[in-house]
Design a protein around this ligand. Structure first.
Ligand code: ADP
Ligand code: GLC
Length: 470
């Protein structure tokens, strides 16, 4: 099958979070199953784009309301990612360093979607499926089935994967004219509540909708940032497919970002060596258990309560633990996490920012990884933690519920029910007790490193889904 993934992120081209990891891995695994998966993303001004070689595949003009823009489709020459990568270059719109956060993000992603479909519609053949990811590509299913110029591809099945329904990309009806012509009586397919809502539109118009874990799908029936009733209505075409991880990139035996590589057999020495190196960089004591957090500092991750959790835990266990944070986001949370450095200088540190290398070093060095998420559609951090022998401490929600079993139930993680300071500090107390039971701690780490969360299974689940749509 020829599968076209359209997305705002793809690792290593451009990454903000787990969406990039998924789109950078799933197509590779689909190709291993002898399919032909391709990825289309905007041509940002990122290191990967600057340092890779591209050839121009298509160069054209597209209409955009009363204006038009020139765009170029560029193909990465070497196929080094394990799939054909196409980037869509629109001067002045896509060629910026960041993926999101600009005042004209709506215009940028609409233009990206129009350019992509304008290009695909003039191919001599039709792809087997178009797979869209999140709201940034959510207008594609509507446009393919309703815009007159895309009639030739209206029979190509579309799949929407919801990675995160917290973000829906809403914009006002005054921007409706950006879209290519369609029968106006169909405009209702674009709207939800008072706005044009690309995520809602994709849920209505895609042939099939997937969520990145089964539990997230069930939770969305009652908690989906306003889309609950729509999801209940469209439930018949929705399915939860648990994400995998790229076991080639996330492999402690070969990971080039680690000072010391290690396997299941050598994990104790390997983790210790990495921990020593990391603790010396961050002024921490490698002889104590290392608790960490990696992620976007936003409310859905429970980041707002992290400073209080750390303060409480460090007061209670000042001589017993270390804490290291890697993240960026809410400036208020960033400020409070920085303040803690002055209070607990020998037991706590925070790296405020984004750093892929440090994230790998943390997964390899840490004893525990905290994820007190309020919402977690899948979560990849806990899967990386498991592979690197780091015990996840998670709230029972979404994909965390589907992937982490508590040590009390013969599992390999520590689970709690609420995103609250009390629940998480209680979980930390349990973790310290667990850490001190050296024999059990070692055995559990060994078990969790053996769990196979690679994309093999999920890549096949998606293929089976596409086949049903044909
Ligand atoms: P989300 O996509 O909601 O942010 P996921 O758990 O699916 O959450 O994926 C997060 C990804 O982003 C992981 O690969 C994680 O290691 C990475 N990540 C998050 N914050 C940072 C950071 N500050 N520096 C480096 N990597 C980060
Ligand atoms: C989103 C979710 C996260 C998920 C990721 C990849 O960003 O917040 O839980 O793991 O997408 O699907």
């Amino acid at each position: 099958m020829e599968i076209i993934h359209i997305s705002a992120e793809c690792y290593p081209v451009a990454k903000v979070g787990g969406l990039a990891d998924v789109v950078g891995a799933l197509p590779k695994y689909q190709n291993k199953l002898s399919h032909f998966a391709k990825v289309v993303v905007p041509a940002y001004d990122t290191k990967f784009v600057r340092e890779s070689e591209f050839e121009v595949t298509y160069d054209a003009w597209a209409n955009y309301g009363n204006n038009h823009f020139q765009y170029r489709i560029l193909k990465e020459k070497t196929n080094k990612l394990g799939f054909d990568l196409y980037i869509v270059h629109i001067q002045g719109l896509t060629d910026r360093p960041n993926v999101y956060g600009y005042h004209d993000d709506t215009e940028r992603f609409i233009a990206f979607q129009i350019a992509t479909l304008d290009w695909i519609v003039q191919w001599e053949h039709r792809p087997d499926v178009i797979h869209c990811h999140d709201h940034h590509t959510g207008l594609v299913p509507f446009m393919m089935t309703n815009c007159i110029k895309y009639q030739p591809i209206s029979s190509v099945p579309t799949v929407l994967t919801i990675h995160n329904a917290q973000y829906q990309g809403q914009f006002g009806w005054d921007k409706l004219y950006y879209l290519p012509a369609f029968d106006l009586w169909k405009a209702g397919l674009l709207g939800w509540e008072r706005d044009i809502n690309p995520l809602a539109s994709a849920i209505k118009c895609a042939w099939s909708v997937t969520t990145v874990s089964p539990s997230y799908l069930s939770e969305m029936m009652s908690n989906a940032r306003g889309l609950e009733s729509l999801l209940r209505q469209e439930h018949g075409k929705c399915i939860g497919i648990l994400n995998g991880i790229d076991a080639e990139v996330w492999n402690p035996e070969t990971d080039p970002m680690l000072g010391t590589n290690y396997s299941i057999k050598t994990f104790e020495q390997g983790k210790e060596a990495n921990k020593k190196a990391l603790c010396s960089v961050f002024g921490l004591d490698a002889s104590k258990p290392l608790f960490t957090f990696i992620g976007r500092l936003v409310d859905e991750k429970g980041a707002d309560i992290l400073p209080d959790i750390f303060y409480t835990a460090l007061q209670q266990h000042s001589e017993e633990i270390n804490i290291l944070v890697l993240g960026s986001g809410d400036p208020w949370v960033e400020g409070r996490l920085n303040q803690l450095k002055d209070i607990f200088s020998a037991q706590y540190n925070a790296y405020i920012g984004y750093n892929e290398q440090v994230s790998h070093e943390i997964y390899a060095s840490a004893d525990f990884l905290l994820m007190p998420s309020r919402v977690e559609p899948c979560g990849l951090n806990q899967l990386y933690a498991l592979r690197y022998g780091t015990v996840p401490i998670v709230r029972r929600v979404g994909g965390l519920r589907d992937t982490v079993i508590d040590i009390g139930d013969n599992g390999f993680g520590i689970c709690h029910d609420q995103t609250s300071i009390w629940d998480v500090t209680h979980a930390i107390n349990r973790a310290i007790e667990f850490y001190n039971d050296k024999k059990k701690f070692k055995a559990v780490r060994k078990t969790m490193m053996k769990i196979d969360h690679s994309w093999d299974r999920a890549a096949l689940n998606y293929i089976e889904l596409y086949q049903k749509l044909k």
